[in-house]
Design a protein around this ligand. Structure first.
Ligand SMILES: [Zn+2]
Length: 290
């Protein structure tokens, strides 16, 4: 699943490749159409397909930014601002190409779900193998309240105090620390891979209750999370799953991971253990992490 560093990597390439370009035509896959007919909402959420397809044309992409694990396409049409919000789900990928055939890998090419034709003849394409991704066309961020509940960006000054205060609340204090740091309302964009790594580096057991970790250690843990995220951004993200940047390339952070998906602890050599926390597999070292 693409996490914050992978989404950041996508945005850093999408922004220069698509800004200033105007959409002239939008097509969606038969899979999306059938899903809408069945009353479901595969990928295109919160709008009828007719509205989605007719509203986007003539919109110009002003900029592309990241907020937590969401991609924000800032759009403008006739002086009005709009926002296309994209979540990559498990396997979502964007491609900026001159023709849809240029999506090189077959499994991505076979699962193209949204094709936006640009005024200059190029294409902006959304592919999603498992279809857990989301596209939401809004006027502004406030139109979809879950976006307003997200914790501050981890690189912003306010984020650490937000984490410390939230972790003290009775509803979180007794929960496993890993569940707390992976909650997007407490820390933005810390998914399973980076939570696992940061806890290992801090020698903290993932199931330890948040309230049983001193504030000083919590602050150090937060800094560690920020460092792991930054390291991964610098490495172009992890390509554990089906993450690709817009050129179909994968990152190299997976070679630097020390605990996620590991059978043995890099520090003491013991077999790692794993447990489910908040429905996610959590790997840890029973000796080094307490
Ligand atoms: Zn160990």
């Amino acid at each position: 699943m693409p996490e914050l560093p992978e989404v950041e990597g996508v945005v850093r390439e999408l922004a220069p490749a698509s800004s200033g370009r105007t959409i002239v035509e939008v097509e969606v896959s038969s899979v999306i159409k059938q899903s809408k007919e069945l009353g479901k909402e595969a990928i295109v959420k919160g709008k009828t397909l007719d509205d989605f397809i007719t509203e986007l044309p003539a919109m110009t992409i002003k900029n592309v930014t990241r907020r937590s694990k969401y991609i924000y396409f800032h759009l403008e049409k006739e002086g009005q601002s709009h926002l296309l919000v994209s979540h990559l789900g498990m396997t979502g990928a964007w491609f900026v190409v001159d023709s849809p055939d240029e999506v090189k890998e077959k499994r991505f090419r076979d699962h193209i779900h949204v094709v936006m034709k640009m005024q200059d003849g190029g294409f902006l394409i959304y592919s999603d193998i498992r279809r857990f991704g989301e596209l939401r066309l809004l006027n502004k961020e406030d139109d979809y309240t879950p976006l307003l509940k997200m914790a501050p960006e981890p690189f912003e000054q306010a984020a650490i105090e937000h984490f410390i205060e939230m972790a003290k609340l009775p509803k979180y204090a007794r929960k496993p620390i890993k569940e707390v740091i992976m909650d997007g309302q407490i820390i933005s964009g810390c998914g399973n891979i980076y939570a696992t790594e940061a806890l290992f580096r801090m020698n903290i057991h993932p199931a330890r209750a948040a309230e049983r970790i001193s504030e000083e250690r919590k602050r150090a843990l937060f800094q560690e999370i920020v460092m792991v995220l930054q390291e991964s951004i610098d490495a172009g993200g992890s390509s554990i799953s089906d993450y690709r940047n817009i050129n179909g390339e994968a990152g190299t952070m997976q070679t630097r991971l020390q605990m996620y998906g590991k059978k043995h602890c890099k520090t003491c050599g013991r077999d790692t253990k794993s447990m489910k926390i908040a429905g996610r597999t959590s790997v840890y070292c029973p000796k080094c992490q307490r």
